[in-house]
Ligand binder design. Structure first.
Ligand code: ARG
Length: 436
């Protein structure tokens, strides 16, 4: 019997499944989302060759470390682009994407703070804007057909501009790494770092870094140490804990240790602290939108400090009802973001709720960083639903009367006590029934 995978791969390849896919005849000028890496460099040439089209590249800076944008632009120019654009979108990313995610305590699958999922709709929005400005009819990206990113980018492009078409060369060109290198060599595309495939597939921005593939695919083995490029291994982190105070205003982080910082800088500094203390390593098997279960290793040093601090403050200022209810909405928010439905009205409705729920989430939380953990150890807020004189042992004045407690207990436990009696009686009857 043939296995499932072979049976499926025998089907003939289909062309243009979706209305937004480009008709090869009609591709005139393409806006290519360009990282400067091998895939998108090969793509740059391949699009010109395959479609006879002009190419404009767009490279988006979301705070991914160690990129030299001049080099990336130079490479694009050498490969014959009409124009090569670099956009520094870090501020917008932090303000309009990461900040709402913080207010929503957004985590997918329990541990993924969604940095990639948050970045894609912004990248796609910028692609639409620059495609229009440069007279492009088509947007091209380097995502594969197995991941979530294709969904997020194409969903956003098709939502924001139904006229624009999309091409995803990796889904159709059927080149493996070796073929890509051969193609690159044949067309004068620089290949750096030799022919060895990089050991992992990486994506990163200022809210985190992910590694997939290679040795990580073996679910039954611990992550190899060489995956971790950001966060110090917890075993090698300093023996002394460090405290950092995170200040929030209406749910958004605004200070670190009392110093007012713009959000980008604040997140960068929080990340540095977390990295030093081995904070923010996540290893999880994830349900992708396209059905697959995939293991991801995340390094999220900033999120691992900011999110628990934010939640701690919410606990202090919001009621039990608000806090319990919000959890369900947070999961929904995170799922819609993960699934690429950034412009889904429900997500916008939920954003409005998150903003409202964060009205009074102002105050400060001290986090203790120590060998891989980030733990809230102190908290304060002008809006705390906490009154030490009420909470402390011993007699207190005002709204809490211990004398009222027995009355409360009698009424609060009424149904449960009654039910207990009735059940006992019913099971007694049952036993007698059997005996007869
Ligand atoms: N699993 C995460 C997600 O779906 C991270 C994906 C990282 N992307 C990548 N191209 N390596 O959002």
């Amino acid at each position: 019997m043939r296995d499932f995978a072979t049976a499926m791969s025998d089907r003939p390849p289909t062309q243009r499944t979706a209305s937004y896919e480009a008709d090869p005849e009609w591709v005139g000028r393409v806006l290519l989302l360009y990282s400067g890496g091998l895939d998108t460099s090969v793509m740059l040439h391949w699009i010109q060759e395959r479609y006879g089209a002009e190419v404009v590249t767009l490279t988006v800076d979301l705070g991914q470390p160690a990129e030299d944008w001049d080099v990336v632009v130079g490479k694009a120019r050498d490969l014959g682009v009409v124009d090569a654009i670099v956009v520094d979108a870090r501020e917008e990313f932090a303000r309009d994407y990461v900040s709402p995610a913080i207010k929503a305590n957004a985590l997918y699958g329990g541990g993924y703070p969604l940095f990639t999922a948050l970045g894609r709709p912004l990248i796609a929005k910028l692609a639409v804007e620059h495609a229009r400005a440069k007279g492009c009819d088509t947007v091209a990206h380097g995502c594969t057909g197995k991941g979530n990113d294709q969904v997020r980018i194409e969903a956003t492009v098709a939502t924001l501009d139904p006229e624009l078409k999309v091409i995803a060369p990796v889904r159709e060109w059927r080149m493996g790494r070796e073929e890509e290198i051969t193609y690159a060599r044949a067309h004068g595309i620089p290949v750096k770092g030799g022919t060895e495939a990089p050991p992992y597939s990486i994506d990163d921005n200022l809210w985190g870094r992910s590694s997939e593939g290679g040795a990580i695919e073996d679910l039954n083995a611990p992550t190899p140490d060489d995956v971790f490029r950001l966060v110090t291994l917890p075993t090698e982190a300093p023996d002394e804990p460090e405290l950092v105070r995170v200040g929030f205003e209406r749910g958004c982080p605004v200070t670190l240790d009392g110093a007012e910082l713009g959000l980008v800088e604040l997140l960068e500094r929080a990340a540095e602290l977390g990295m030093r203390h081995g904070v923010g390593i996540v290893d999880q098997v994830e349900d992708r939108i396209v059905g697959l279960k995939i293991r991801d290793v995340y390094e999220v040093p900033a999120a691992a400090i900011i999110l628990p601090a934010h939640r701690e403050l919410e606990k202090l200022v919001s009621t039990i009802h608000q806090n319990n209810f919000k959890r369900a909405l947070e999961d929904k928010w995170a799922y819609l973001c993960y699934a690429g439905l950034w412009h889904e009205p429900l997500r916008l409705d939920l954003d409005a709720y998150m903003d409202s729920a964060n009205q009074l989430v102002t105050g400060e939380v001290a986090m203790r960083l120590y060998k891989g953990s980030a733990t809230p150890v102190a908290r304060s807020s002008p809006h705390a639903l906490y009154d030490r004189s009420l909470a402390s042992f011993g007699e207190s004045e005002g709204e809490f009367s211990q004398a009222a407690s027995p009355g409360f207990i009698e009424l609060f436990t009424l149904q449960s006590r009654m039910a207990h009696r009735i059940r006992a009686r019913a099971s007694d009857h049952g036993r007698k029934g059997e005996g007869e």
